[in-house]
Design a protein around this ligand. Structure first.
Ligand code: SF4
Length: 140
């Protein structure tokens, strides 16, 4: 979808951010940061750098970069305002699943092809509308 309709402006509101296993089990954290860019891939790349990750090692960002949907090479991104290294968020908690993204690509794909995803249903809140059944189970 992104390759067909790229946004003119992307804004990441990180005034209050979320770390850890969001969005369901993340933890809110005061960060006080807003990032905006005409290149959403560059925006994600800069944010990855701010939290201490190499954007080109994150599969989604690398794929977008390799498809020329944006720039994720930090050396080619001009950051106006506060520099990423000055805005670095210390001790930003990563999702537990980050481990999987550090695996070599072929192992990651082979492993994910064997994983089924199911919604976690909160029985107290479920209205039994059945919408979640449309999307689950599924394989990547
Ligand atoms: S999508 Fe509908 S059926 Fe599924 S968990 Fe939510 S309320 Fe329940």
């Amino acid at each position: 979808m992104f390759s067909h309709a790229r946004p003119t402006l992307s804004i990441m509101d990180g005034i209050v951010g979320m770390e850890g296993d969001g969005p369901a089990a993340g933890r809110l954290r005061d960060i006080g940061l807003i990032i905006a860019s005409g290149d959403a891939v560059a925006l994600d790349a800069v944010f990855a750098d701010i939290v201490g990750l190499d954007p080109l090692k994150i599969p989604l960002i690398r794929e977008a970069h390799e498809r020329n949907l944006g720039v994720a090479d930090l050396k080619r991104i001009d950051v106006a305002g506060e520099k990423a290294h000055d805005a670095r968020i210390k001790n930003f908690k990563m999702p537990k699943t980050l481990f999987y993204y550090k695996l070599p690509g072929f192992i990651f794909k082979a492993g994910m092809s064997q994983v089924n995803f199911y919604p976690h249903i909160d029985k107290k809140k479920c209205k039994r509308c059945g919408l979640c059944l449309i999307f689950a189970p599924r394989r990547l």
